[in-house]
Design a protein around this ligand. Structure first.
Ligand code: DGY
Length: 325
């Protein structure tokens, strides 16, 4: 019996590829850059399953181009704003994602950004490379502290809660804003507040909300104007949750202390982005989940979703379980 045909849009860790090779006839996109729209449309034609990344926009056109035999779309990410889930649901195609396995890696990275910004670590490194380190100075590169500070979490799902667990070790006060989590969480010593209170009281504001029409540019100039002057904004969710022009103005005028971004709008961030001219920002190229262990687990999970889908079995992690009703 012939194996189901699948298209995998990039090289993923071997732990996922070996599972797929065993049970599928795999077309693997091996180039460093993602397939162009035309290449994507060409490669999905006739496949039973698609394993894609957040770099591909998977809409109704892609699904129709694949054809009515398409049984599954498996995203190699927990976020799935790159997929038109409604279009998939209408076509009864289950969509898979990779929750949980990247929670700790992402929370670790958000803390790394908080510390890098407030203790000015990349600035310190630039200072040395620029030959400015002449002596030890009591006023050199002063920053803020985490101990005893207030951490405000926008989004209190898996990653938000992992942030709260880490904050306990830093003796931080934790507050959160999440329309789906309105009760206090005594186990994590964290309390819900409204959006405005969170902005006004937090020394660190960390974003852990998915990108939806409601969260697009949630952090705009009005939100930034409510933040404390010593505050640090950290974004490891999706770039468009923050209005980049408003953030640039706030940082340039030092209305907040700094920002740490692992995600930007757009991605990749063009080299002429004004944000790259600032000293009080740390920007990384969307690598919060990029530990070897986490990426291997993501690949394995995305492969399992793909294989279950092509076999017509329920996906281990399905974002639109309505398709099974
Ligand atoms: C995700 O999974 O959504 C991250 O942004 C990439 O790991």
């Amino acid at each position: 019996m012939s194996k189901p045909k699948v298209f995998v849009t990039r090289l993923i860790p071997e732990k996922g590829l070996e599972l797929i090779r065993d049970s599928c006839d795999m077309d693997l996109w091996q180039a460093e850059l993602p397939p162009s729209r035309e290449e994507l449309l060409q490669h999905v034609r006739g496949v039973d399953g698609l394993l894609c990344l957040l770099t591909e926009q998977i809409d109704g056109e892609v699904m129709d181009e694949a054809g009515p035999q398409l049984k599954v779309i498996s995203n190699h990410a927990v976020g799935f704003d790159n997929i038109d889930v409604m279009a998939a649901t209408t076509r009864k195609i289950p969509v898979g994602n990779t929750p949980e396995v990247l929670t700790d890696a992402t929370a670790d990275f958000a803390f790394a950004l908080m510390m890098a910004v407030t203790r000015r670590i990349p600035e310190g490194e630039r200072y040395i490379h620029a030959g400015k380190w002449k002596t030890w100075g009591p006023l050199t590169l002063l920053g803020g502290e985490l101990t005893g500070a207030t951490l405000g979490l926008i989004g209190f799902g898996r990653i938000g809660k992992a942030m709260a667990r880490r904050a306990v070790g830093f003796e931080m006060r934790v507050i959160y804003y999440d329309p789906n989590e309105t009760k206090p969480n005594p186990d994590l010593k964290a309390s819900p507040v409204d959006f405005e209170t969170l902005l006004e009281e937090s020394d660190y504001v960390s974003l852990h909300a998915p990108l939806t029409p409601d969260t697009h540019h949630l952090i705009d100039s009005e939100a930034l104007s409510k933040m404390k002057s010593n505050a640090v904004l950290v974004n490891t969710s999706r770039g468009p949750v923050v209005d980049p022009e408003a953030l640039y103005e706030a940082l340039k005028e030092k209305r907040i202390f700094g920002a740490g971004l692992d995600v930007t709008e757009p991605e990749p961030l063009p080299l002429d982005s004004p944000l790259l001219t600032l000293d009080n920002i740390v920007i990384t190229p969307h690598i919060a989940s990029a530990s070897k262990e986490t990426r291997a687990r993501m690949a394995w999970m995305a492969a399992r979703n793909l294989i279950a889908g092509v076999k017509g079995e329920p996906l281990p992690n399905c974002v639109n379980p309505q398709v099974y009703k």
